[in-house]
Design a protein around this ligand. Sequence first.
Ligand SMILES: Cc1ncc(COP(=O)(O)O)c(C=O)c1O
Length: 324
Amino acid sequence: MSTSTNQSNSNAGADAVRASLPDGLVYVSGAFRSAADATVSVFDHGLLYGDGVFEGIRAYNGRVFKLERHVERLFDSAKAIRLAIPHTPSELCDIVLESCRRNAIVDGYLRVVVTRGPGDLGVDPRKCPRAELIVIVKPTLSIYAAPSTGIRLVTSTFRRNSIECLSPAIKSLNYLNNVLARIEANDRGADEALMLDMNGFVAEATVDNFFIVTDHALVTPPTATNLKGVTRETILAVAASLGIRTEEKPIALFDAWTTREAFICGTAAEVVPVISIDDRVIGSGAVGAVTGRIVTAYHDLVRSQGTPIHASRPSQELAASFKV
Ligand SMILES: Cc1ncc(COP(=O)(O)O)c(C=O)c1O
């Protein structure tokens, strides 16, 4: 049987499972439940105070890309807010892979959320004895209308949270800083907002890191003012493998406006060319040559690496705890 026939058979199988479960199975409160039954308490501090952390992860071709790195970052975010995740990193990887299997995922987007859990009114986390783990899996997710031909950015008047207030390295459930910037971009007819740090240098977009291409290198801001993006670090490695010089240094708005090429990147959006910033056309207004090479190399990498969804099974003890 040819590979393409195998692929179409497995896609047909996945389609059949999804047709029977249009919104999929969600892992919550220690069990897999239909999306309609997947609920959390109204006293959950994730809901009441944005007290929790999350990850966005992607699967391609039956593999989860950078699974261990995302789980590591989730544990780092949780440590920073002193949230005890009630699983080991390896158990969490198993739950993510099992979520993919239960939802017949070949390609898809995964959201892993850990909240402080149900407590009582009042911000004190000691009111919440048990953290809540949620895993949502979707076959597709779209962030921008026409990502391949490039998007238009505007600089937000909202500055990215400073490390003195809420470190952007913590991928927390409190995204209002980013939401306000995205609302502003929507109101101004742009596709996305570019957020500056408290010193006026470029920090990142609302859910993506930012790169420019200069005459000398591919440049991105140091991570002190933005999320330590998994895609960002992957692209720095991809660029090195292509022989493209990289630099991590602050980017002034002037340098962003006048750069030859720019793009944003993140797990969900992948690599998205930027064609204008604050109505200044970037380069020729089309996708630049370096950006094009990065897009292609990233596309090839994510489809050729990752943790296989079907190769391993969770421990018997963990599997026994999965209900439904
Ligand atoms: C604020 C912010 N910056 C950057 C990113 C990109 O991070 P990653 O490449 O790990 O998805 C995200 C992803 O959600 C984000 O929320």
